[in-house]
Design a protein around this ligand. Structure first.
Ligand code: K7E
Ligand code: CUA
Length: 651
């Protein structure tokens, strides 16, 4: 009896698998074959993933950290949007990171993370990521997985062709998607042509600490500069940008910016730019932008206002910029690991157009130009064209490379991932994606040494892939095994926000340098309190400063009297722990900021403006020990005109 039930259960299961195999939804086919795939993504409890993946959050403004192949989420690093979980943008230490010339900006749109490199190899020291909306570039320090610098990009709108690093992290670059009046001014929009300009920015990176500095900008014609990638190997010293709207349309762009058969890839010789800068061939323009830097020793971010920027005009500077005609409103431009091939993903085209760097150099030497625009030579298409991947799919967006001479292109409209061979341009394999991929990522993708084991495809549409969650469904990433001739779909997992690009790196490069605690003796925070006996409460007019310490499981001081309605109370909390993974938090009723989460050895400041008379509790927000629930205290709040003196208790 029992046996027959079991058998019929197996029978039903097999039939249902067969049915789903034959159903029109090919995604289910994969789950029937899924056991083998499951093994390839399964990371047993207690074991580590092989790769980190840093996935942009798009409209979340953040950068999330996943493990591959498991797809497990480890951390969301707040970058351009305030984050209540970590107090980012709320506490006194980090809020200056979000300063801009438009004021404090609590939200951003993050697109393209890129990991620092040495000799064309990922070195895992920093991730840079761009903010599209209010143009900025951030640096995330990978020893602590925190945002430590944000620099605003002036003369720019829609910072999209950003933020990629050169092979020794000499520069991280930014570029304008929307051209704007240059200099910015009140003028009729119909006078766009010739008056609007697109500016490309080069930020030099300090090799010791990763700090950025806007070295110069190049003032380009008023096109849209969409994506960018650095040259490498022989093409090191060049940067490539896609353009669209070479029509310089300013309305109905979906029609008017799709007229030209070919737009351009702009090839910028940044080594030449450096020479011109040295020769003083730049113009200095007045500007005002924020450079926000978090100092690890004071543990506090400060804002510097920069007033000038150097501008190079390619019309006056021969050899600085060339245009490579490329069909058709190209989105991504991607450079293969050797640096020879420049891949243009014409999003309104069925072909992928590939240019040759060596042909480009030859064409420049032989002056094989088909014209010029705004003083910039246009290289003859045939003189630079290496080949095209014919009829590869519909709507190519982005291409990445493995370490075996293959390229992988995402096709938005035909929803597929296509593998093709560099040099022969033949399509090797294609696999459906679910659905409408934007970027894909192969770890080390923007470097001379990719790790061609997995391709992570980030999709715009999810539809039926997950349980429904109301009208808003998660965006989705899909992991493919690319080690064989045929690609194999292994895993779907949801992402945070809308992912655009991602950057992947072997975990072994990052793991050894990951910081476990902040050393108390190195804490130079202005309000650090290094011992419970040094705690105190100080009034400065309407400000009350509490110099507070935490250690399992106690706040010192824990009871404070003498605070008045209308005061602003600063809790300067130093976490005296020196053990890994023991943060303490603080929250206070009615605070219009957020909690803070203070790491071992760190000081952070939480602010509270008491509105009501009474005795109000504060507590630790992080379950730090068996006595975590006992980690609490009170603040007595008296009327504004009270003359109760400040007092506090230490036990
Ligand atoms: Cu194609 Cu912002 Cu790189 Cu999205 S972008 S997909
Ligand atoms: Cu400290 Cu909970």
């Amino acid at each position: 009896m029992k046996k027959s039930i079991k058998l019929s259960f197996i029978f039903i299961t097999i039939t249902s698998l067969l049915i789903s195999c034959s159903s029109k939804d090919s995604s289910k086919t994969n789950s029937a074959l899924g056991y083998n795939s499951a093994e390839k993504v399964y990371v047993p409890p207690g074991e580590y993933d092989e790769f980190y993946a840093f996935i942009s959050g798009g409209f979340s403004g953040q950068l999330s950290v996943y493990g591959l192949p498991s797809g497990r989420l480890f951390k969301i690093i707040p970058v351009f949007s305030v984050d209540g979980e970590k107090g980012f943008g709320f506490n006194e230490e980090t809020k200056n990171l979000l300063n801009t010339s438009f004021g404090f900006i609590p939200w951003g749109d993050s697109h393209h993370p890129d990991i620092s490199q040495t000799d064309g190899k990922l070195d895992g020291r920093w991730v840079f990521i761009n903010e599209n909306n209010t143009p900025r570039i951030a640096k995330v320090d990978l020893s602590v997985f925190e945002t430590t610098e944000i620099i605003e990009i002036p003369n720019t709108a829609g910072n999209h062709s950003s933020s990629y690093v050169t092979e020794n992290t000499e520069y991280v670059i930014a570029g304008t998607r929307f051209s704007i009046p240059f200099p910015q001014r009140d003028m009729p929009i119909k006078d766009y042509k010739g008056n609007f300009k697109g500016v490309l920015s080069f930020l030099e990176v300090d090799p010791d600490n990763g700090n950025m500095n806007l070295s110069f900008q190049i003032m380009m014609p008023g096109f849209d500069y969409d994506k960018a990638h650095p040259g490498r190997g022989d093409s090191h010293g060049w940067f490539f940008y896609t353009t669209y709207n070479t029509e310089e349309a300013y309305s109905l762009l979906e029609v008017n910016a799709s007229q030209n058969d070919k737009d351009f890839i702009a090839a910028v010789n940044w080594k030449k730019a450096e020479e011109y800068i040295k020769q003083g061939k730049f113009k200095t323009f007045k500007t005002n932008y924020a450079h926000n830097m978090y100092d690890e020793s004071t543990q506090t971010a400060t804002t510097k206002w920069i007033k000038e920027v150097k501008i190079l005009d390619p019309a006056d500077l021969p050899g600085l910029v060339y245009f490579l005609p490329t069909p058709k409103s190209p989105h991504g431009v991607d450079i293969d690991p050797s640096g020879e091939y420049i891949v243009g993903n014409g999003k309104l085209s069925a072909d992928v157009t590939v240019h040759s760097f060596s042909k480009m150099i030859k064409a420049i030497e032989e002056e094989k130009f088909s014209g010029e625009t705004y003083g910039i030579p246009i290289i003859d298409f045939e003189a630079v064209h290496a080949g095209s991947v014919k009829q590869a799919g519909l709507g190519p967006l982005h291409t990445e490379f493995d370490d075996n001479g293959y390229a992988y292109t995402s096709f938005f409209i035909s929803s597929e991932l296509v593998k093709w061979k560099l040099g022969t341009w033949e399509v090797i394999d294609r696999k459906p994606t679910f659905y409408s991929p934007g970027h894909l990522m192969i770890p080390g993708g923007n470097s001379g040494s990719p790790f061609g084991k997995y391709a992570l495809v980030m999709n715009k549409i999810t539809k039926d892939r997950y349980l429904p969650t109301g009208p808003e469904v998660t965006q989705s990433a899909q992991l493919y095994d690319i080690t064989g001739d045929k690609m194999e779909l292994l895993l779907d997992f949801p992402t945070v926000g809308e992912p655009h690009y991602a950057a992947g790196i072997p975990a072994d490069i990052i793991k050894p340098q990951s910081k476990k605690i902040y050393k108390l003796e190195e804490n130079k925070h202005k309000y650090a309190t290094l011992s419970p006996s040094d705690t105190k409460v100080v009034r400065k007019g309407k400000e009350v400063h509490i110099y507070m310490t935490t250690i399992r499981s106690h706040f010192t001081p824990d009871n404070i009297e003498g605070v008045r309605v209308g005061d602003k109370v600063y809790f300067h909390v130093t976490n005296l722990e020196q053990d890994y993974d023991v943060p303490h938090g603080v929250a206070m009723i009615g605070a219009n900021t957020s909690e803070i989460l203070v790491m071992p050895g760190q000081t952070e400041t939480f602010t509270w403006e008491p509105k009501k008379v009474g005795v109000w509790p504060f507590y630790c927000t992080d379950f730090c020990s068996a006595l975590h629930q006992e980690m609490q205290g009170y603040i007595r709040v008296s009327p504004r005109n009270s003359n109760i003196k400040l007092s506090w208790s230490l036990d």
